[in-house]
Write a protein that binds this ligand. Structure first.
Ligand code: ATP
Length: 608
């Protein structure tokens, strides 16, 4: 039998020719995403299932006790105080005291355990995100602002954390309390319940009026805060430029302007949100007055007892509190879900090693490298590498030269598989690198880059980054080979000298020497040298050149040359222009040809 076709939600309206606005579609999509994200947060939360159920059970218990205590107070008034009976009153008081103590304990434990669960959950999310970030391919990072990614690991995760700490318990307990209170109130007096519920629509419209404004203002405040933070970060990292161009006054004026915007948005956001407790207070008092007035009349007529009025006054408070809490929690919950969504968005990005399990490891290579008709483009419209063919034999030094933007770095990016070729093949020792695990390929490669990256840590740790299992002796040996040993021993703590993240305590040339030492330690079969363009003093430059010559011995090396005088001994020079190899040969043969290289050489010589 054919199943009746399910009509899409817009179907009826499409038939009636009613317009479905983009806003509505967006709302629908968002709520679907929110539900999916909530489900995923729940999955991570459920890793602590046992404890979570205990917490939820405690919430049920404390909500029930919260309902019971006003009831007992009412009972004490009606059955013992009004009738002046002392027997039974004391046990009731003791019972009440026990309920209060037990309730406090239940609240304390649910809070304690929930914080543990919340911290485990966000820690798991943070770890997953961080691990996954390291599996993502370079093109992913090309498209994103680094500050924005960092804010996902820190701010968004923190947002989820603080909400989980308190909201899960509060939302669950508010719902239970609300249902319980209304049920008991209805049972005691439907009339007084109806009167108490009068404040609900007032509360709804009042809150709507306020949150509509606060939502917009808080967003504005966040935006202004983000802009101000970005500006502070920029001015701190750009201190040198600001000082060099004496722009202190300009940046201070800009800072004041941004600060003022933040102050105004913050003032109004806080002012409007400050109305919420005031409104609740007024409505609570209104509810008390109505209960006391109408309840008093009913009591005078003997329709209800004084105890019931007391119970109602207490319950009306219990009833508005969860409503208020739910309204408050709703916003924080939404912002936490939005934060979690941003975290999951990254976790869902496909990692670069995902499809690799069936690929082979690249075993120790000799270093025979072939680019066979390689074509590649970063963007679809324009090709960056066009039909390149080249062959470099084991142990040879190959240099890429050419004008800026010619594609030299891209060639290395393809060799290291930071990007994948569009067509053609890159073979190392006859093996297509597309068919090997990337990690096994990169382990065979050593990099000495233009701007060597140093981590916060000691000199020794920074060199050891090349091969973590290397002994202290091997680290020193590598430093000696790199001509770095003599300057290291002159540092205040030698190999134990602490370097800042950008290595600001040592010179650019010394940083280069450390990165060469790192490469020596890694013992790669293939070497990539991106020549430093910044001016380094002649003595250090000579040291760097000597160390590099030593490092290149017996290794297939690719040099991205910015200055032609350093590659005169290269076995092969590939001249690139607009993504194509236009000339190839040794320094001498290329000069003899009097082509593009010859011209470049002329310009290069002139610039020295
Ligand atoms: N991640 C990227 N996304 C898009 N285009 C890029 C990317 N990296 C480089 N390009 C473009 O590809 C072309 C080649 O860049 P590449 O960095 O390979 O040149 P290069 O020869 O190394 O230049 P330079 O000597 O200035 O370092 C340039 O036009 C550049 O703008």
């Amino acid at each position: 039998m054919l199943k009746e076709l399910k009509r899409p939600f817009q179907y009826e309206r499409i038939l009636k020719n009613e317009k479905i606005t983009d806003e509505e579609n967006e709302k629908k999509r968002k709520s679907k995403n929110y539900l999916r994200t909530l489900k995923r947060i729940w999955q991570v939360l459920s890793m602590n299932k046992g404890l979570l159920y205990i917490v939820l059970l405690l919430v049920v218990v404390s909500s029930a006790l919260g309902l019971l205590s006003p009831f007992l107070v009412g009972m004490a008034i009606d059955d013992y105080i009004v009738t002046r009976k002392i027997e039974g009153f004391i046990p009731l008081l003791i019972g009440l005291a026990c309920i209060y103590v037990f309730n406090s304990l239940a609240l304390w434990f649910q809070n304690y355990w929930m914080i543990g669960i919340a911290q485990n959950t966000v820690n798991t999310m943070r770890m997953r995100l961080f691990k996954h970030l390291h599996k993502l391919p370079i093109p992913f990072f090309d498209k994103r602002q680094h500050g924005e990614l960092m804010s996902r690991i820190t701010n968004d995760i923190e947002n989820v954390s603080s909400t989980l700490n308190s909201s899960v318990i509060q939302i669950f307990s508010s719902i239970l309390t609300l249902i319980g209170t209304v049920s008991v109130m209805l049972w005691l007096s439907p009339l007084l319940t109806g009167l108490t519920l009068i404040i609900v629509p007032l509360m709804y419209f009042g809150m709507k009026w306020i949150t509509k404004r606060t939502g917009r203002l808080f967003k504005e405040q966040q935006k202004n805060l983000g802009e101000l933070n970005g500006f502070i970060e920029e001015t701190i990292s750009g201190q040198r430029i600001i000082k060099t161009f004496s722009q202190e006054e300009k940046v201070t004026a800009e800072f004041l302007e941004k600060g003022e915007k933040l102050r105004v948005a913050g003032f109004w956001a806080q002012t409007y949100s400050g109305f919420i407790p005031k409104l609740m207070n007024v409505l609570n008092n209104l509810s008390f007055a109505v209960i006391a007035g109408i309840g008093g009349i009913l009591a005078l007529n003997g329709a209800i007892s004084i105890g019931v009025i007391v119970i109602f006054v207490e319950y009306s408070r219990q009833f508005t509190r969860p409503l208020n809490d739910l309204a408050n929690q709703f916003n924080t919950l939404l912002s936490a879900i939005a934060g979690a969504e941003r975290v999951f968005e990254i976790i869902d990005e496909e990692g670069e090693f995902k499809e690799e399990s069936r690929l082979q490891e690249l075993s120790k290579v000799l270093g025979d490298v072939v680019f066979s008709n390689v074509t590649f483009s970063y963007e679809e419209e324009s090709k960056t590498v066009k039909n390149v063919h080249l062959h470099v034999y084991p142990g040879e030094t190959a240099a890429f030269v050419g004008p800026t933007g010619a594609g030299k770095t891209t060639m290395i990016n393809l060799l290291s598989r930071f990007y994948e070729v569009d067509s053609g093949q890159i073979l190392i020792d006859g093996v297509d690198i597309a068919n090997v695990k990337k990690e096994s390929l990169r382990k065979q490669m050593g990099f000495v880059l233009q701007d060597p990256f140093l981590f916060q840590g000691t000199v020794r740790e920074n060199i050891r980054y090349g091969r973590l299992e290397a002994t202290d002796e091997e680290v020193v040996e590598a430093a000696k080979l790199a001509n770095a040993h003599s300057f290291i021993t002159k540092l205040s703590d030698g190999y134990d000298t602490l370097l800042s993240q950008d290595g600001s305590g040592i010179s650019q040339g010394q940083k280069q020497l450390l990165s060469i030492a790192r490469a020596f330690l890694a013992r790669p079969s293939l070497l990539v040298l991106d020549e430093a363009t910044s001016s380094i003093d002649t003595i250090t430059e000579l040291k760097i050149q000597a160390a590099l010559q030593e490092l290149m011995k017996g290794r297939t090396s690719f040099v991205i040359a910015h200055r032609l005088n350093t590659i005169q001994n290269a076995d092969r020079i590939f001249v690139l222009d607009d993504g194509q190899i236009i000339e190839e040969g040794t320094h001498e043969t290329l000069l003899e040809r009097e082509g593009f290289y010859y011209q470049l050489h002329g310009k290069s010589a002139a610039s020295f």
